[in-house]
Every structure is written in structure tokens, then in C-alpha cells.
Design a protein around this ligand. Structure first.
Ligand code: LHQ
Length: 262
């Protein structure tokens, strides 16, 4: 499949979707969103992939919405809400529901909607030189692409407020210290580290991962009793698949497990 504003590679269970408009810091256009939808169709095909890596070309991850895209030229009459409803929100829902782990490999600055898209992924790994910028207040907007949901849950209300209102870049190192991201890695080790984590996840118990994600996400809104009941339900589902049997057999036979992800 030939794309213009993204790249898609699916090799040995690892799907890598690269935002690819490096001359515009991979800012999102309508055309890019359309290509991402097509790429997601391919990634979601049964048995196509067991992990998705989202990353960017060149020196940035993405600068968020392309402010020069024709869709932005409506001036005061422009319906920015409909851009979210048409493009970003469905993408976030789709990533949330994807039956495999999603890694954001943040190779450089992630600004605006792109920062929040990255932070909505299951694991965020960034280069030490990367930064996260809630750029919205700079142009008179509020954080979108899930930012108002994700930020307070990851770093608490005060830090979320500071990030959103002051709209200053947060270094990857600080993002790691704050628990906003999983880890930051020296730039020269980044590709290798992302590859190793993606490989590990692609070889892992895919179904258990997606059930884990469901349980952890639900915990934020559940009380203790509801969460325990959910764990019992989801554990029943996890243990119903072949990977549980294989995991236990591998342990008893003192060999590495060979998970199928089913
Ligand atoms: C860009 C952009 C960009 C176009 C860099 N657009 N060209 C959702 C739905 C609908 C509407 C509105 O919003 C949203 C959500 C959002 O995402 S709102 C937030 C949109 N993003 C921003 O406001 C960030 C704008 N960009 C920047 O502030 C800077 O570019 C950052 C801080 C990200 C990086 O700065 P530098 O490293 O100094 O790079 P640069 O500014 O020189 O950018 C490189 C080129 O990319 C440059 O073009 P040029 O022709 O001068 O080389 C920029 O104009 C272009 N570019 N971001 N969002």
C-alpha cells in the first residue's frame, strides 16, 4: 500500500505506523487522517500484527494539527469540534480498542493533539531530547485528543493544569520522572530500545495484554469491589485462552513460553 503522509510497515507481528511529513514536523492534515484510517484497517486485519508502534519521521514526533491545512482556513466560522469528531476522536477510540498493545515511540517534540495521542497509548517511550507540549493555550484552545482525560489521570490535577495553562514544553526526562511516560532513552539507543520492547510485546500473550489494559483503565473509575469483580471476570477470560495453558506448561517445563496471542 502506497501512502504519502504516513509510512506503514508490518513485519513479524510488529506494525509500525510512522507519521511522515517531516518538513512540517509531521503535523496532521485531513489527508493524513484518511491514510491513518486505511492503515488501521490493515493493522486490524486478523493475525496481521500483535503490537503497534506509532512514531514520527525526522526530528519530531508531530506538531499536532496542521494549522495551515485548508480545513483550518474557515476563520471564526471554522468548526474545530467537527475536526475532532471526524478525525481525532475516532482514532483515539480505535487505538483504545485495538486488540494489541500500542507503543508511542516519541522521537522528538510531540505538540498539541499529537502529544495527547502519544499519551493515550499503552506505553510511551521517548528520546531524551524529546519534549511534550500542550500547545493549545498558545492558540486559544483547550487540550483535546483526550488530554483533559489523560493528563490528570497520569500526573494529577495540578501538574495537568500547569502543563495545559502554561503551555511550556516538558522534557522527556521530566515526563519520565512525573510518570507521564514509561521511559526516556538516550537518542542513540532509542531505535534499539523501541525494537526490543516491540518484539517482547509482539511475542507476548496479546489477549492478556488487552484484558490487562481494560482492567487498568477501568480501575480509575471503579470502586474496590467493582474492580475485584472485574478482575475475576477478565481473569476467567484470560485463562480461557491457549496462552495461559502454554505459560503454565512452559514454567513447569523450565522453557520459554511460546505464546500465540490467541
Ligand atoms: C507547522 C506546525 C503546525 C503547520 C510546525 N502546523 N505547520 C485539533 C483539531 C482542530 C484544530 C485545532 O487543533 C487541534 C489540536 C491541536 O493539535 S492544536 C495545536 C497545534 N499545534 C501547535 O500549535 C504547535 C505549532 N508548532 C510549534 O509551536 C512549533 O513548531 C514547535 C514548538 C512544535 C516546534 O518548534 P521548532 O522546533 O522551532 O520548529 P518550527 O516551528 O521551525 O517548525 C518546523 C516547520 O514546521 C515550520 O515550517 P517552516 O516552513 O518555517 O520551516 C513550521 O511552520 C512547521 N510547523 N508545526 N502545527
Amino acid at each position: 500500500m502506497k501512502f504519502e503522509s504516513i509510512l506503514l510497515d508490518i513485519t513479524e507481528g510488529v506494525a509500525t505506523l510512522t507519521l511522515h511529513r517531516p518538513e512540517r514536523l509531521n503535523a496532521f492534515t485531513e489527508a493524513m487522517h484518511a491514510e491513518i484510517r486505511t492503515a488501521m484497517d490493515l493493522i486490524e486485519k486478523p493475525a496481521a500484527a500483535r503490537v503497534l508502534v506509532l512514531t514520527g519521521s525526522g526530528r519530531g514526533f508531530s506538531a499536532g494539527q496542521d494549522l495551515a491545512d485548508p480545513v483550518m482556513s474557515g476563520g471564526r466560522d471554522m468548526d474545530v469540534g467537527s475536526t475532532l469528531e471526524r478525525n481525532y476522536n475516532p482514532l483515539l477510540h480505535r487505538l483504545h480498542a485495538l486488540p494489541m498493545p500500542v507503543i508511542a515511540a516519541v522521537n522528538g517534540i510531540a505538540a498539541g493533539a499529537a502529544a495527547n495521542l502519544a499519551l493515550a497509548c499503552d506505553l510511551v517511550i521517548a528520546t531524551r531530547s524529546a519534549s511534550f507540549l500542550q500547545a493549545f493555550a498558545r492558540i486559544g484552545l483547550i487540550p483535546d485528543a483526550g488530554g483533559t482525560y489523560t493528563l490528570p489521570r497520569l500526573v494529577g490535577l495540578q501538574r495537568a493544569m500547569g502543563l495545559a495553562m502554561l503551555a511550556e514544553p516538558l522534557s522527556a526526562e521530566k515526563a519520565e520522572q512525573w510518570g507521564l511516560i514509561w521511559k526516556c532513552v538516550d537518542d542513540d539507543r532509542f531505535a534499539e530500545e523501541v525494537k526490543a520492547i516491540a518484539r517482547k510485546l509482539a511475542d507476548g500473550p496479546t489477549r492478556a495484554y488487552t484484558l490487562t489494559r481494560r482492567a487498568l483503565r477501568a480501575s480509575v473509575d471503579n470502586d474496590f469491589g467493582t474492580q475485584l469483580a472485574l478482575e475475576a471476570d477478565l481473569q476467567r477470560e484470560a485463562s480461557d485462552g491457549p496462552d495461559f495453558k502454554e505459560g503454565v506448561s512452559a514454567f513447569l517445563e523450565k522453557r520459554p513460553a511460546r505464546f500465540t496471542g490467541a
